[in-house]
Design a binder for this molecule. Structure first.
Ligand SMILES: [Zn+2]
Length: 193
């Protein structure tokens, strides 16, 4: 199993906790692409997967049709804190779950952006995949990575999967409500007794 070298300081957790697909830093991922066989293509997609849902699974399946190698970038916890206030599962766990999916070949944990940048521009610039696959709810003009991809010759492929019908936040919303009324509520009643 390929692992990140000791010099790769981009995450505060151990990168060799791999169960399935290799979990690599962007630089090591780029090295693999650079030394791959001629004609071997790489497609990159990204997300929070907090939690993973079937809309994202269809996105992986579609993306995997584009190229032999599927790279999944997993957003950092700060990205999720900025988006919804808190990460449901830490990045390490989300990376491990995604790495166990059969069609996923490489997992790259995103590093928190210094600029609180919600794009994967920094990672695309290092990895330079052949394709950048986006989920169903984006059209080519509102993809913030568009210019960078054009400059680097990365082909953007949109409409991957039907993730617009699903939302990780919706799952958590429903669960949160349940938790407040049924779990926390019961404990609160016990305190009052
Ligand atoms: Zn590395």
């Amino acid at each position: 199993m390929m692992k990140c070298k000791d010099g790769c300081e981009f995450s505060d957790w151990e990168l060799d906790d791999c169960f399935g697909a290799d979990i690599l830093c962007p630089h090591c991922m780029h090295k693999i692409i650079k030394h791959s066989d001629f004609g071997d293509r790489f497609v990159l997609t990204s997300g929070g997967f907090d939690p993973l849902h079937s809309g994202q699974i269809t996105s992986f399946l579609k993306s995997a049709e584009l190229a032999r190698n599927l790279i999944v970038v997993v957003n950092d916890d700060q990205f999720l804190i900025d988006k919804k206030g808190k990460a449901f599962m830490p990045q390490k766990v989300r990376c491990q779950i995604v790495s166990m999916l059969e069609r996923v070949h490489y997992v790259v944990p995103a590093k928190p952006s210094r600029l609180h940048d919600a794009t994967v521009n920094e990672i695309l610039e290092i990895i330079k995949p052949d394709f950048f696959a986006k989920g169903g709810d984006r059209n080519i003009d509102n993809i913030p990575e568009k210019k960078l991809c054009q400059d680097l010759g990365i082909k953007i492929v949109q409409g991957m999967g039907d993730d617009k019908h699903w939302s990780s936040s919706k799952f958590l919303e429903g669960w949160g409500e349940y938790y407040v009324y049924n779990v926390y509520g019961k404990r609160y009643e016990q305190v009052l007794e």
